[in-house]
Design a protein around this ligand. Structure first.
Ligand code: RTP
Length: 155
């Protein structure tokens, strides 16, 4: 039963423009590294409007959608692909609630953010979206499949 829950998954994590501007890139990467997930892709990237709209297409009808697109395209972001057992839900836990005021201390947003419109980081909300978003943000050849030599149990 436990084994059935221990699926190796991939998630798309992104340091949003406010996180880059505030110099939080290292701190945010560090949280996922220290947890023990496997980094498969990493790049600094200026997101075009069309890509932001595709990424957030499920939120298209929301009143905050135009501001969200302006926010995500306002400066470079750091795109990451992380792999691990249960990484999708686990990363969401590390990130904390969407509204930083509701995010628990100890989470990225709980420790580092105040406002919903400046919540420093994104994480995929399902394994399906993890795959979809990694394919959307990374080109072939930008991802590395590798096995950590000293910690093979991570896989
Ligand atoms: P994310 O996709 O960025 O990880 O965030 P999430 O799943 O926690 O939240 P989601 O509902 O998917 O919203 C995406 C991003 O839109 C902004 N937002 N603003 N009411 C508002 O003003 C509002 N609601 C959402 C946030 O930046 C949120 O992360």
């Amino acid at each position: 039963l436990v084994a059935a829950m221990e699926e190796v998954e991939e998630t798309y994590i992104m340091v949003k423009p406010d996180g880059v501007q505030r110099g939080l890139v290292g701190e945010i990467i560090s949280r996922f590294e220290k947890k023990g997930f496997l980094l498969k892709g990493l790049k600094l990237f200026q997101c075009p409007k069309e890509l932001a709209e595709e990424h957030y297409k499920d939120l298209k009808g929301k009143p905050f959608f135009p501001k969200l697109i302006d926010y995500v395209t306002s400066g470079p972001v750091v795109c990451m692909a992380w792999e691990g057992v249960g990484v999708v839900a686990s990363a969401r836990k590390l990130i904390g609630a969407t509204n930083p005021l509701q995010a628990e201390p100890g989470t990225i947003r709980g420790d580092l953010a105040v406002q919903m419109g400046r919540n420093v980081v994104h994480g995929s909300d399902s394994p399906e979206n993890g795959k979809r978003e990694i394919a959307l943000w990374f080109k072939e050849g930008e991802l590395c499949s590798w096995v950590p030599i000293q910690a093979p149990w991570l896989r």
